[in-house]
Design a protein. Structure first.
Length: 255
């Protein structure tokens, strides 16, 4: 689990999709386009423009390197497709360096059905490109673009990459800001604006996501997991874990 998803980057001609129940993912970014289609329920998508709600048959369009996150208020089933920029080269060249005013959009019923049938089938390269351009066209008709601010975007990505590389250590906002060469208050303000939570809360959330994967895939003790994830005491780990998940690490592992 990475804030910067290197496995979702740098491969040309790439397309894949997955289904998710009760879709949830912490803020992250990658170099692919991402389309999220809500099949049932409701999903909240968070980007630099704020939070937007998606109901059944609504979609979110995420641009390359755009920080985004998802959560499900009650229940949801979603289809998430990722694809490389070269599959929609014209759209990529026209929107590169620009920021949209929203992520959520809709397609009319025939286009929605066409998109789902194509994605879930075994499309040829030309059929896939036609489908993806149909999505790009629907999205472009419903949003406006403006020139993106690159300085703050770059700083937030540096912050997230720093967290990904040091979250198991005893790190702080002040220490990270010094390492990156910025004033702590500026780093805090920038991070809060783009990620919509403070540094400490996000760090704990990231550690908990990592802990959940360890609990599910290893037999390490709870104390060992806590230390492995960067918590200094089992008490602080249990408290943060229950705040984030509603249950203790032991209950999650035994459930």
């Amino acid at each position: 689990m990475l804030l910067y998803q290197a496995n979702n980057s740098m491969e040309s001609g790439h397309f894949h999709y997955d289904f998710y129940d009760n879709f949830y993912y912490i803020p992250h970014f990658h170099e692919y386009y991402e389309i999220t289609i809500v099949l049932e329920g409701e999903v909240i998508v968070q980007t630099d423009v704020g939070e937007e709600r998606m109901g059944s048959h609504e979609m979110a369009f995420i641009l390359p390197n755009q920080i985004h996150a998802y959560r499900t208020p009650k229940s949801s089933k979603a289809l998430v497709a990722l694809f490389s920029t070269d599959l929609v080269n014209t759209f990529y060249n026209e929107t590169k360096g620009k920021a949209p005013n929203r992520a959520v959009f809709i397609c009319n019923a025939p286009v929605f059905q066409y998109v789902c049938n194509t994605i879930l089938g075994e499309p040829t390269l030309y059929e896939l490109k036609s489908c993806l351009y149909a999505l790009c066209g629907a999205y472009a008709r419903q949003v406006s673009f403006q020139t993106a601010s690159h300085d703050d975007d770059l700083l937030v990505r540096k912050i997230m990459e720093y967290i990904a590389g040091h979250f198991t250590e005893n790190i702080s906002l002040k220490g990270m800001a010094k390492f990156l060469g910025y004033h702590p208050s500026y780093v805090s303000r920038c991070f809060n604006h783009y990620v919509k939570c403070n540094f400490r809360s996000f760090l704990n959330e990231y550690r908990i996501e990592y802990a959940k994967s360890i609990l599910a895939s290893t037999t390490m003790s709870i104390s060992e997991v806590a230390l492995e994830c960067g918590f200094e005491t089992i008490r602080s780990f249990n408290r943060a874990f229950k705040t984030a998940t509603g249950q203790t690490p032991s209950a999650l592992r035994n459930g």
